[in-house]
Write a protein that binds this ligand. Structure first.
Ligand SMILES: Nc1ncnc2c1ncn2[C@@H]1O[C@H](COP(=O)(O)OP(=O)(O)OP(=O)(O)O)[C@@H](O)[C@H]1O
Ligand SMILES: [Mg+2]
Length: 580
């Protein structure tokens, strides 16, 4: 409840529109009841054979008040629903902001899918209750007691008799709404599963075909479809049940009006106008009562959703801007690591420990080691994607004391899995720059990343759509595009995490050569499986099981590290075999 009040506060920010909308609701209800009373009274007068001349004036009044009522209803909906949509957008934006700012460790821990897929429905649950929900409650709060009060004055007996079925229908709605919601969520989930199944099968079509798995995939798809069919049928059954219950209650509510009212009419205790009032107002309060039951049913779920949203918003980021940031006048790109380590939350042992080294500005550090040695972990620590144990300094300032924007703006990171957005080639490169790039700059980046020939061959050149709905790039082309993106921001420190693994050795050495000559003064940290990639680096770090085994130049390491020497020889041999 406290949580929902917290959300209500968000609505309060738009109080002007909200108050105007809410003020319209009772006004519309008053008009509505007034109309029924006028028509009922007119019928009574006609029943007493009065001169129908009064009808002319009445019709004008009826049309006028009906129009005013329409305007009030329109405004109420416009304002209240408008505000609830605005709150929804603000809340979604706030959550998105939060999710993008939360540290990588959070996303690793929560397997982002879980939270992210549930978020839209959580937001929707809360919005439904506070937006349209509160509008219906407010509408009912005036309409239902107002109508019953008017009817009570006409005939207390009939009013009491029709209240009972109304109460019943509200309770039925309240009990059935959660079930309905549960089943419709199952339907949504199974639909999403079908889409995911199909998407995965086609994304992995090479594997599916290569391994002759078509029949297997077909069976999995069929299973997902059948599950969905089951949920759809259950949902339809519950919906049918609810429909039937509502109609039954509807008839039950009108039965006392007809029976008791009919008797009263025969006794002349009630005239036709009064009966009309019962029928008409009975009809008008029936739907608000249903809405009340529906909202009462929505309530528990909305509270649970509000709790989850709150938890996410309260999630603290341990990687934040420092309270008193130190901003150096100019970033040179000198990195110093002292006793740096890292332990993943879910892991029993340190992934990295005791790394101490110095990378002078403008030099290259190669990082090699067997798979799982901690290369990617080390590279991630430099940009504070994870918070390192020990101390990392950039130009002598601990990176924890640098403004995050400055730190991440000075580094460019090319991850091991070259991720591209499904957008144009140009947009993918510009993503790495702080401002739009000139044609000449883009040309230069394409040249630097050794992609000129390929980009020329694209049907639409640099405006070619790549990814899902465009040209599909090869692994090596993707990697080089990622490098162009990293260079677009003209970073002082370039971090390449095995970012050339899918590029052939010849292109690789051409690319590294041009990176070095173009990046004069730029610090480069490059992790690699191929020793040839890092051979020319001023320093090479050999990592094994998270520890620094050796540090030195290529020649020094050939003497100092057995792993380095044997790996180098093996790789050289297989390269020679390739040439043969
Ligand atoms: N998110 C994670 N949670 C738990 N442990 C992890 C996580 N990521 C990596 N590790 C572990 O940390 C260790 C170092 O991993 P890292 O990815 O840094 O290795 P790497 O040297 O980059 O390997 P590769 O050459 O295969 O890229 C491994 O033992 C790995 O299993
Ligand atoms: Mg790695």
């Amino acid at each position: 409840m406290k949580r929902l009040l917290g959300f209500a506060r968000r609505f309060f920010r738009h109080r002007r529109a909200l108050l105007l909308g809410i003020a319209c609701i009772p006004l519309a209800s008053v008009c509505d009841i007034r109309l029924t009373l006028w028509i009922g009274n007119a019928l009574s007068r006609l029943g007493k054979k009065e001169d129908p001349a009064f009808l002319k004036e009445l019709v004008v009044w009826l049309l006028g008040v009906a129009a005013i009522q329409g305007v009030f209803r329109y405004c109420a909906r416009w304002w209240v629903v408008g505000v609830s949509r605005r709150v929804e957008v603000e809340l979604k934006q706030e959550l998105f902001d939060k999710l993008t700012r939360l540290p990588l460790a959070f996303h690793v821990r929560s397997r982002s899918g879980d939270i992210v897929t549930r978020l839209p429905s959580d937001v929707e649950n809360v919005r439904m209750l506070i937006g349209p929900g509160s509008m219906y409650v407010l509408g009912s709060l005036f309409m239902v007691p107002g109508s019953l009060w008017v009817l009570f004055h006409v005939s207390p007996g009939i009013t009491l008799a029709m209240t009972l079925p109304l109460l019943l229908v509200a309770i039925v709605m309240m009990l059935m709404t959660p079930r309905l919601q549960r089943h419709s969520t199952s339907v949504q989930e199974s639909l999403a599963e079908i889409a995911a199944r199909a998407q995965e099968s086609f994304a992995g079509i090479r594997v599916v075909k290569g391994y002759g798995l078509a029949e297997h995939e077909n069976a999995r798809f069929r299973a997902a479809s059948e599950k969905n069919r089951g949920h759809q049928i259950t949902l339809a059954r519950v919906q049918g049940l609810q429909d039937a219950a509502i109609h039954l209650a509807y008839d039950l509510a009108f039965l006392p009006i007809l029976v008791v009212g009919g008797w009263a009419m025969i006794d002349r205790a009630l005239d036709v106008g009064d009966l009309f009032k019962f029928v008409d107002l009975g009809f008008k309060v029936f739907w608000p009562v249903i809405a009340l039951g529906w909202i009462a049913g929505l309530f528990p779920r909305a509270v649970a959703s509000a709790e989850r949203i709150d938890e996410l918003l309260a999630e603290r980021s341990d990687i934040e801007d420092p309270a008193a940031p130190r901003t150096p006048a100019k970033v040179e790109g000198r990195l110093s690591l002292r006793d740096v380590g890292y332990t993943y939350e879910s892991a029993p042992r340190q992934a990295l420990a005791g790394i101490t080294l110095e990378v002078p500005a403008g030099t290259t550090l190669g990082v090699v080691g067997p798979t799982g040695a901690g290369k990617s972990t080390l590279l991630n620590l430099l940009g504070r994607l994870f918070e390192a144990q020990g101390e990392i300094r950039l130009d002598g300032v601990p990176i924890r004391e640098l403004p995050l924007d400055l730190l991440r703006g000075s580094l460019a990171y090319v991850p091991q899995d070259s991720f591209l957005f499904s957008d144009t080639y140009r947009a993918n490169i510009e993503f790495g720059a702080k401002e739009p790039l000139s044609e000449a700059e883009i040309e230069r980046l394409i040249r630097l990343s050794a992609m000129s020939d390929e980009v020329k061959a694209f049907p639409s050149g640099i405006d070619q759509l790549i990814g899902e709905r465009g040209v599909t790039l090869s692994g090596g082309q993707r990697q080089r595009t990622c490098i162009a993106r990293a260079l677009a921001g003209d970073p002082r420190v370039l971090i390449l995490d095995d970012a050339l693994s899918a590029v052939d050795t010849e292109t690789e050495s051409r690319l590294l050569g041009s990176l070095r000559s173009a990046g004069r003064g730029r610090t480069v940290i490059v992790a690699a499986h191929r020793i040839a990639t890092v051979r020319g680096a001023e320093q090479i770090l050999v990592l094994r099981e998270g520890r620094a085994e050796a540090l030195g130049t290529h020649e020094e390491l050939l003497e100092r590290s057995r792993w380095y020497r044997t790996t180098w020889e093996r790789q050289r041999m297989s390269a020679e075999l390739e040439v043969l």
